[in-house]
Each structure stands twice: as structure tokens, then as C-alpha cells.
Design a protein around this ligand. Sequence first.
Ligand code: GZL
Length: 332
Amino acid sequence: MRRKILKGTTVLAGAMCLLASFCESAEPAGPSDSKAGGRKTLTVGFSQIGAESGWRTAETRSIRSEAARRGINLKFSDAQQKQENQIRAIGTFIAQKVDAIIDAPVVEAGWEPILKQAKAARIPVILVDRGVNVSDDSLYTTLIASDFVAEGKMAGDWLAKKLKGKGNVVELQGTPGAAPAMDRKRGFEAALKNHPDIKIIKSQTGDFTRAKGKEVMEAFLKAAQGSGAKIDAVYAHNDDMALGAIQAIEATGLKPGTDLLVVSIDGIKPAFEAMIAGKLNCTVECNPLLGPAAFDAVEATLAGKPIPKRTLVEDRIFDQSVSKEAIGSRQY
Ligand code: GZL
């Protein structure tokens, strides 16, 4: 059963306030090293995917700094984008009897066994940034993430308008099996449903990295040169792949942002710099500053308070027309 996105639970980007609906909460568990004043120091295990993109490192900074601000003992594990490393790290957190676990699941499938172990150990699991595909959603406490389908649709609607309903698009997909990759594709295709003359002529994963995005875009450009097909736009599932694609486009002498439109998702500062330079046309924000909401959920769960099963992070779209005035307030 795919994870449900429950209506009525929204997090305003930046405010990160949680609107409550209800779910069961796990009993507190874990080591009882106490802090001055008798309040227990919490120990939380964080299984992070890796450091593949500017977005990812911003998320890690947010989680680490929020743990420090709250005096929480954070055990951090970088999985180098491998699910088996995440599962191993979560198993270690369980053996160490941490109070709670935060997981950014690299892909949607394959989590039931380890989540069942956490539930049996009565350790709550907070999902951040990406969802999981489980038959029993009591295996995790809450999912704090953006609506990736909406992000893909915002990007597609913007591009369709800019292309005036006609053109060839190449797509740089995120990590195969990852929620943002599948859903951003789904949302973009939904937007193009109303524009039959816009065709996705090539689509391949660049694994959310700049290097791979550049490599795949080089292949797309070479293929187009060989077949004589014109590429009118690039849709990248994240800014890092878009920035790699921009490098590949420039190497052919074409002007990214002019000869080919470039649209992506994340809203990292380098994307705003590329928009100001006229090389990127539009980015849809996907807020990575999830630390406050994640630890609100940890503390609420351990206190036995009800929290939303799904906490939606709201996102906005930015194009070149607003990039200069917006870059000053970007926090990542
Ligand atoms: C989105 C996140 C994605 C970003 C990429 O929540 O999972 O992973 O869009 C990152 O930049 O690599």
C-alpha cells in the first residue's frame, strides 16, 4: 500500500508548525543517561542517505544543528546512497537502544523487516524527506516531506506555458525507486497530459548527482545531433543534475536557458545563481530544512502526544523573473 498523504496536515515552509491529527505513539525507550536538572538526554539515530547533492547536505546540516540546539545526542550514519547501509545502521541504533530513529529512506521498497524490528523494540521511527512502501503504516510514526507529485506538476505546468504547448523535452530522473524520482516524473507527466505536442523524447537517471547529470546530458545531446532531433528543454528532478546538464550544454556551444530551457527542483542557492546568470530558467523549491519538524515529532512522540501521520512541507516555484530579489533570503 503506498503511503497515504492525509489531507489537513500542512507544514508552512520555514514555520514548520505541526497541525495535529492522530496516530498511535510508541512508549519511550532507550538509555537513561540524565542531564543536569534531571531531564533525560535523548539519543536519536539518524540514517542519512548520503551527500549526493546540495539539497542533501543542507538537510544534514539542519538535522545536526537542530539536535545540537536541543541538546540531543545524535548518532549519524551516512549510507553512501546504499539501502543496505541504512538498514545496517538502523539495526545498530536498535541494538544501542536509542530513544528514536530518524530515517531518510533512499528508496521506497524493502523497509518492512527493519521497521518491524524497531517497532518490536518500541523505538519510534520518523521518516524525513522520502516515503516508504509498507503494508502497515504503524511501522513508522510520521513522514515529514514535500509533495513530489505537486513539485513535478508545477515544473511541467511552468514549462508547458514557456514552450507554448509544443517541443521536445529530455528528462534527468533521480535515483531509481526513490519517492521523489517516481513522483516528480508522475507529476510532470500529469502536467503534460494537457499538451500532446510536448514530447519527452529521452528520460534516464542521473541519480541526483551533478556528475551523472552532466554525463547523461552529454549522451542526450550526442544522440540528438546524430538523429537530427531538436531538444527544446531539459527537465531535471533536482538542481544538481540540472547544473551538470548546463555544463554539458555549454560544452557544445549552445546557450542553456536560451537555446534550451532548463527546469529543475530543489531551490538550492547555486540554482538561483544559475537563474541570475540566465542559464537555468526555473526551479521548484523542496525545503530541506527539516530539522525542527523532525525533532518536534521525536519529542512529541516520546512524550506520548499525538502527531500527524503525514506532515507536508509546502514548496514554491521560482523563475528568472524573481531570482535576483529571492536569492538574498535563501537559507540553503
Ligand atoms: C527530496 C530529496 C531529493 C532532492 C535531491 O526530498 O530526497 O534527494 O531533491 C536529493 O537533491 O538528492
